[in-house]
Design a protein around this ligand. Structure first.
Ligand SMILES: [Zn+2]
Length: 424
């Protein structure tokens, strides 16, 4: 597509229309209530989180299977350009959407951040819409949320992870609980905990305003005397903070994230295990017992009182694979570039696009020795079946891969893991 037509989650001047996938700060850098460049398209929920924004420039995009149209003008030739676009629920945070664009220039799908779980009616509807759209208009380029585009990122559904967090809290009945969250996102988790525990959730005043804008009126409070569960800003969530809190009252911290926060693998906390494997649970059918095992695999402790649980608003590796196989793009690019490096999704899924060989991964600015140590410590073992099968696929497909090159690439991937700690 010619530059100067549209921008997605980018706010430099020069485009004729701007599209916002969701309200997380890493997608709104440069966007302010003083916005005046051109119309901005977003979902109704996202628009509701824009206090003070010039409403004359806001364009609400419905979540539906119908295409919207927009007339633009080619910056180079001046001739008219007709843009068709559609918003599809991204199931990442309130209001998040992915955008599909088509016109004479081809067809692009920009996911923004997304979680590709198909566990409820809304997710199923999004899937149906997407399947119909890509069947009618094959995607030329997929711009993909590649945050966890790496086989090491396996985690359960958010529903399963939320139940695990509830288990942790229930197994610490005398503790205060702090949960690290961003300024937007993980509302479903907090609501779920409130219902299961029959308790209000404390949030900070700004977050309470956001909750009210989203329609949550009674579940959240800023009164610490009403609850022992507090959702705190992620930036304030640290071991030092937790140790300070424990000087006043026994407190555990829970960080819901798909990131490998752990320094020490979870080896089985007595209280937690007791909670997970109560007599009631032991009578559950095999499938649910397996779920319990999965739950345990999704918990990590990296301090006496701090848990990391794989609750993620981004797709895990397997879901990314399912999504790419569904879309079958002709090409794709990752949209998440951390401060130090980037994993090209074509590396793992290029064959879906017809690539004959995996691309080199880009490694940018490895700026500390610590990162390189992390690479060595975390390198894949040769027992990693996912990697080995991927390696085998490439080898069968074109016969070009060498073990040495793959080993080199695997090491590079791990730098990415060490550097995206600010993403979720
Ligand atoms: Zn996001």
């Amino acid at each position: 597509m010619e530059s100067g037509l549209i921008s997605v989650d980018r706010w430099k001047s020069g485009s004729q229309a701007y599209f916002l996938t969701h309200m997380h700060s890493d997608h709104t850098r440069g966007l302010s209530p003083n916005w005046s460049h051109a119309p901005l398209f977003c979902s109704r929920t996202t628009a509701s989180l824009f206090p003070g924004f010039d409403l004359s420039l806001l364009r609400l995009v419905p979540l539906s299977s119908s295409w919207q149209s927009l007339s633009l003008r080619s910056p180079s030739s001046g001739s008219p350009v007709l843009l068709h676009f559609m918003a599809i629920d991204a199931h990442h945070c309130p209001g998040s959407v992915m955008f599909m664009f088509r016109g004479d220039f081809g067809c692009f799908l920009y996911t923004g951040d997304f979680r590709w779980e198909c566990e409820d009616a809304a997710a199923e509807e999004a899937r149906t819409t997407l399947v119909a759209a890509v069947n009618d208009f094959p995607v030329d380029i997929l711009y993909l949320d590649n945050t966890y585009c790496n086989p090491i990122y396996t985690f359960p559904s958010r529903h399963v992870a939320a139940n695990l967090i509830a288990h942790i809290i229930l197994s610490h009945p005398s503790h205060d609980i702090v949960i690290g969250v961003d300024s937007l996102g993980k509302e479903d988790l907090l609501v779920h905990l409130s219902r299961i525990l029959n308790i209000k959730i404390w949030v900070w005043p700004e977050r309470l305003r956001t909750m009210h804008l989203l329609g949550f009126q009674d579940i959240f409070t800023t009164d610490t005397s009403l609850t022992r569960v507090r959702a705190v800003p992620r930036y304030s969530f640290s071991i030092q903070t937790l140790e300070g809190l424990n000087l006043m009252c026994p407190t555990i911290g829970i960080m819901p994230s798909g990131l490998p926060w752990l320094k020490t693998p979870f080896k089985g906390d007595a209280n937690l295990s007791a909670s997970l494997l109560t007599a009631n649970n032991r009578r559950k059918p095999a499938a649910q017992q397996r779920e319990l095992l999965l739950l345990q695999g999704a918990v990590h402790m990296f301090h006496d009182n701090m848990f990391s649980v794989n609750y993620s608003d981004h797709s895990c590796y397997q879901e990314i694979g399912e999504f790419i196989n569904l879309v079958k793009p002709k090409s794709m690019k990752g949209i998440v570039v951390s401060s130090s490096c980037y994993v090209d999704p074509l590396y793992y899924f290029g064959r879906v696009c017809g690539a004959s060989e995996p691309p080199e991964l880009l490694l940018l600015r490895p700026d500390s020795r610590e990162q390189f140590r992390a690479v060595r410590i975390k390198s894949y073992s040769t027992k990693d079946e996912t990697i080995n099968s991927q390696k085998e696929k490439w080898r069968k497909g074109d016969g070009h891969s060498s073990l040495r090159r793959n080993k080199k690439r695997r090491a590079r991937i791990q730098v990415k893991c060490a550097k995206i700690a600010d993403v979720d």
